[in-house]
Write a protein that binds this ligand. Structure first.
Ligand SMILES: NC(=O)c1ccc[n+]([C@@H]2O[C@H](COP(=O)([O-])OP(=O)(O)OC[C@H]3O[C@@H](n4cnc5c(N)ncnc54)[C@H](O)[C@@H]3O)[C@@H](O)[C@H]2O)c1
Length: 245
């Protein structure tokens, strides 16, 4: 059987760790040429083209997409996945934290889409998959800026989907619950009682465990593939059931 991403070219951000690493690995394994962007690109998957990029920097994001076009001549798939977290409520959220989350999580995705779209539009096809979060759908405690930033990602996803649907572009997002990536490792390291915190994170997911980066990557690959040819503008929960509760 032909691999799903044979002759396809994909750009993945946040590809050095966790969910992005799993997405880039999966795309590579299914035949894509992958440009793997990250702030710290040391650990990008073997066999992908690593590019150092801060997704909040306009020039660097343009350079990431330019590198893809110069190397491979096309961009078929953009996975806007890089993101940062914050663990405060509104009263304790500094303006700096708020701005950082919106700059990386929202402006970063806008910049990636804006740089990639002209190439997709001239090719007459292209797929964008953004990593949002269940935090866009439910008010998670102590995640004020994070919830708001991921809500913006979902809204942007829908707007882009509708705007460009007639020109061969699909745009969807995935919304994970808590996924066992280095991100969660860092969260636990900062906790007063890491064991209790991990138990609490597990307990809030009806399936009774954390998700894995590979599970999220499987969904992203489906959305990026031709199997999802009738799917656009959707926010795909992959949250162990949190939002259903
Ligand atoms: N892990 C979870 O529980 C979870 C849940 C819901 C959504 N998400 C989302 O999934 C995405 C990936 O998270 P993860 O769990 O794999 O985290 P992670 O920390 O393991 O990986 C994130 C990667 O993004 C990179 N990055 C951070 N800021 C960047 C920037 N400005 N420019 C370029 N790269 C940058 C980091 O260097 C890192 O390699 C994020 O958007 C996050 O909000 C994660």
């Amino acid at each position: 059987m032909k691999p799903r991403f044979a002759n396809k070219v994909a750009v993945v951000t946040g590809a050095a760790s966790g969910i992005g690493h799993a997405i880039a690995t999966g795309l590579r394994d299914e035949g894509a040429s992958v440009v793997a962007g990250d702030l710290v690109p040391q650990n990008i998957p073997a066999g992908t083209l690593g590019v150092q990029v801060d997704v909040s920097d306009e020039g660097q994001v343009q350079a990431l997409i330019d590198t893809c076009i110069n190397e491979y001549g096309q961009i078929d798939v953009l996975c806007n996945n890089a993101g940062v977290g914050g663990v405060t409520d509104v009263l304790n959220c500094t303006t700096e934290e708020w701005d950082l989350l919106f700059t990386v999580n929202v402006r970063g995705m806008f910049l990636g889409i804006r740089a990639a779209l002209p190439h997709m539009l001239s090719a007459g096809h292209g797929v964008i998959v953004n990593t949002a979060s269940v935090a866009a759908s439910v008010g998670l405690p102590n995640r004020a800026a994070y919830c708001a930033s991921k809500g913006a990602v979902v809204a942007l996803t829908k707007q882009v989907a509708v705007q460009y649907a007639s020109q061969g572009i699909r745009c969807n997002c995935v919304s994970p619950g808590t996924v066992d990536s280095p991100w969660v490792g860092r969260l636990l390291d900062q906790a007063e009682d890491p064991v209790a915190m991990r138990e609490a994170l597990v307990a809030r997911q009806p399936l009774g465990r954390l998700g894995t980066p590979d599970e999220v990557a499987d969904l992203v690959l489906y959305l990026a593939s031709d199997q999802a040819s009738f799917v656009t503008g959707a926010d795909w929960l992959i949250d162990g059931g949190i939002a259903a509760g």
